[in-house]
Design a protein around this ligand. Structure first.
Ligand SMILES: Cc1cc2nc3c(=O)[nH]c(=O)nc-3n(C[C@H](O)[C@H](O)[C@H](O)COP(=O)(O)OP(=O)(O)OC[C@H]3O[C@@H](n4cnc5c(N)ncnc54)[C@H](O)[C@@H]3O)c2cc1C
Length: 504
């Protein structure tokens, strides 16, 4: 019998992971990507002799990526190389404090000793972080749970309460252990990885520091886009057909089934299963043609995470004080996060994430030059949207702050510049309101649950990527792809497969 035919809409990391895992499981898979390259937000731009990774600049939890290759009987090392970054972060504050984050105990002790305030509690916090990670991995990440009920299925209520610290926010979970204000900022800003606020996110998100300190922080040798190239080769070997420049404009349905997809050029392709790597809200609005009031209700539940002003600069000098991964903190982190997540305003004094990948890989720029990726988080697209002059004023504040905090004469050293605004992110990747990390993690709104992977209406329609569980960030969407594949393969094995198509 012909194997079930799966169509994947979008070649972001979630879509690619699902496609590879489904093909490794013996299904016939095709991917339709509207852009002319795969990778989604893992994107690349060559400009004026500089190589700019437009999306991710590091990854954590490398074993999740490795599994995609292992499922196909391959070794990731034969496709792509990862190198560990140390120190993991370098943090700068306006009061002149500078602190490196190390996984190594002796090095971190030495760093802590440089702080003026009391730093006790750091190691007990990390133990707490490890327990949260272990619980979440067991109860939510590995089984691919979508609801609280599914988490409860394998655990007692007592285990869930102990394992997830449900009554606290992330910030109050940190404050229980750590007093020193710089350490509080640093630990709280791990929430950056999912574009949310530590003052609103559940304490469970304190699993993030252990996810990085326990498993390392990694760069893809040669540039992050080499990860997409590795997937490209793997998919080719697995017989997955990838159609670039192929925008899907409709998921066709009949009763409770998705029957296939319609492409912008008018073609229809029939399917047994459809997997949408287009986010849940835009897919319901544009591909399923759901009424706007229903989409608005859905959007309320799946509120977009932060977007960003993504500024790439090529500069004609090297700033020796920078590491690969740097943070320049706001004077008041809570006020910054409240501006973007509660009041939905462009921040006056943003915390700036600055990546200098040429520290690790000088080949990305001409000799003596550097690449700087400068990323302050900002709200997703609002009604009405921010104006061009609002964004320009923010960019000026960001560059002034970096100069004030030690990057002398930065503006006068810029030789090439590229900027992505939320509107660009929405246009390029079709993310809801230009969000970078899918759906926000909020304690009272969703307790960090995102959308479910399987459509409630069409059981053979699945979603993958940052807007569904477990959420945004490269490792989570990669895990999501594997979880989606497991569900579909489980359906097929148990005979709960959708009706076979007539052979597409
Ligand atoms: C500036 C920036 C920095 C980041 N830094 C990091 C980092 O350092 N570490 C980290 O882990 N994560 C980082 N992230 C987040 C990470 O990149 C994302 O969470 C992840 O890559 C998203 O994957 P996804 O599967 O959700 O799909 P996406 O990357 O959103 O891809 C979706 C794909 O679907 C395609 N598509 C959508 N609709 C259609 C349609 N109708 N027809 C055909 N194709 C369609 C899009 O073109 C796109 O290619 C960063 C993101 C950005 C933008």
């Amino acid at each position: 019998m012909h194997p079930p035919h799966v169509l994947v809409i979008g070649a972001g990391l979630g879509g690619l992971s699902a496609a590879a895992s489904l093909a490794a499981g013996g299904l016939e898979v095709e991917v339709f990507e509207k852009n002319d390259r795969i990778g989604g937000k893992l994107n690349l731009l060559e400009q004026d002799g500089f190589s700019l990774d437009l999306g991710p600049s590091i990854l954590i939890l490398p074993h999740i990526f490795r599994r995609v290759f292992e499922r196909a009987g391959r070794r990731m090392e034969d496709y792509v190389h990862l190198q560990e970054l140390q120190p993991q972060w370098r943090c700068f504050w306006e009061d002149g404090t500078r602190l490196d984050l190390h996984p190594d105990v002796a090095r971190m002790e030495a760093e802590l000793a440089t702080l003026p305030g009391a730093t006790r509690g750091w190691w007990s916090f990390l133990e707490y972080s490890r327990e949260l990670y272990r619980f979440c991995d067991r109860a939510y990440l590995q089984p691919g749970a979508d609801t609280f009920r599914e988490v409860l299925a394998g655990h007692t209520l007592g285990e869930v309460v102990h394992g997830s610290d449900p009554l606290r926010t992330m910030a109050s979970g940190i404050a229980r252990y750590v007093e020193e204000p710089h350490l509080r900022d640093m630990l709280g800003f791990f929430i950056k990885y999912v574009g949310s606020s530590c003052y609103d996110a559940p304490a469970l998100m304190n699993l993030l520091p252990f996810s990085q300190l326990g498993y390392g922080l990694w760069y893809v040798t040669g540039g992050m886009y080499n990860l997409a190239r590795a997937y490209d080769r793997l998919l080719g070997e697995l017989g997955v057909r990838v159609h670039l420049g192929s925008e899907v404009v409709r998921i066709r349905t009949e009763g409770p089934r998705a029957t296939g997809i319609e492409l912008a050029d008018g073609r229809f392709v029939a399917a047994d299963y459809v997997v949408s790597n287009m986010e849940v809200v835009p897919a319901h609005r544009h591909l399923l043609g759901e009424p706007e009031d229903r989409v608005r209700r859905l959007e309320k539940r799946l509120e977009p995470a932060a977007s960003g002003l993504v500024l790439h600069l090529g500069v004609d000098r090297i700033y020796p004080q920078l590491q690969h991964h740097n943070f320049f903190f706001s004077r008041n982190l809570e006020a910054f996060l409240a501006a973007i997540h509660r009041r939905k305003e462009l921040p006056e004094d943003p915390t700036i994430y600055l990546v200098c990948p040429t520290v690790t890989n000088p080949d990305l720029a001409p000799s003596g030059h550097s690449v700087l990726k400068i990323l302050p988080h900002i709200p997703s697209i609002q009604d009405p949207p921010f104006s061009a002059s609002d964004y320009q004023a923010l960019e000026a504040r960001v560059l002034d702050k970096l100069e004030r905090m030690g990057l002398e004469d930065l503006k006068s050293h810029v030789v090439t510049r590229h900027v992505l605004l939320p509107e660009d992110l929405e246009r390029m990747y079709r993310s809801n309101r230009g969000a970078i990390y899918g759906v926000v993690s909020h304690r009272t709104q969703n307790f960090a649950f995102k959308g479910p992977k399987r459509s409630r209406r069409y059981p053979n329609l699945y979603f993958v990527g940052g807007s569904v569980n477990p959420g945004g960030g490269t490792p989570m969407v990669t895990l999501c792809g594997q979880n989606v594949a497991d569900r579909i393969l489980g359906d097929v094995a148990s005979g709960r497969a959708a009706h076979p198509s007539s052979g597409a």
